[in-house]
Design a protein around this ligand. Structure first.
Ligand code: ZN
Length: 246
């Protein structure tokens, strides 16, 4: 089985389209590590796509807040404004779908998908120290996660973890063979709001048979996504940051 692994779409329709075109014909199933909505101006298009396509997915912290399942009080001001706008803008059937998304970790084919950490969907796995903290709670050797919007992840090594670098800016792919006997925490990066300094949409192709991960980056129409964010009256920072990937 070949999987397209995506995360943190954040209502960015242009970025999602670019990823789907780039990956076309190279996967059998789609897995999503959460955050379909918030920040971007196309929550209905993205959630409609998810309802039609039925990927295996877990909810993200922004899905939970935008579905009205959790208070948005602890969000920063820009996130609070966009979460309230998203909650108002979502059509009832799309809101219902968001509310029904399962909390991770979700076991799939001998591996698992989760949003933040195996313990808490709101917790960030940013560095090797964070990865080491959750080692006792990993119930399978391969996990896909998101939330940080940083492509890469961590692979266990000598009782600790080493980081997996993102695709270099000069390339569009980095291939990684999954090592045996190690714990792999793999972050495909963010489709709709990358924060690792590379504005291109990020994702991963995973082949079970070959035990291969292909980290990929694909350019998309950033200006179109920015225009929609501004036209919706959302905070300018949410549009501006897309150009820098931060
Ligand atoms: Zn996110």
């Amino acid at each position: 089985m070949r999987f397209l692994i995506i995360s943190d779409l954040h209502a960015n329709w242009e970025a999602l389209q670019a990823v789907l075109e780039d990956a076309e014909g190279r996967y059998d199933r789609i897995l999503c590590a959460g955050d379909l909505v918030d920040y971007g101006a196309d929550p209905n298009a993205v959630v409609d796509w998810a309802r039609r396509t039925a990927p295996l997915l877990v909810r993200g912290n922004h899905d939970k807040v935008c579905a009205g399942l959790e208070d948005m009080e602890w969000f920063n001001p820009a996130a609070r404004i966009s979460a309230a706008w998203t909650l108002e803008t979502l059509w009832p059937a799309n809101l219902e779908y968001l509310r029904s998304l399962p909390k991770g970790p979700l076991p799939v084919h001998g591996f698992q998908i989760l949003h933040g950490s195996p313990l808490d969907e709101d917790e960030y796995l940013i560095n090797v120290h964070d990865a080491r903290q959750v080692l006792p709670f990993l119930h399978c050797s391969l996990s896909f996660f998101g939330h940080t919007h940083l492509q890469g992840g961590f692979i266990s090594h000598d009782g600790g973890f080493e980081p997996v670098p993102a695709v270099p800016a000069s390339q569009d792919e980095r291939v990684l063979e999954i090592p045996g006997g190690r714990q792999c925490l793999i972050n495909p990066g963010s489709v709709g709001q990358p924060r690792d300094g590379d504005p291109r949409a990020a994702y991963v192709l995973y082949s079970e048979e070959e035990r291969l991960l292909r980290y990929r980056r694909v350019p998309y129409d950033v200006a179109a996504a920015q225009r929609k964010i501004r036209a919706a009256g959302l905070p300018a920072r949410l549009a501006n940051r897309l150009a820098q990937g931060e």
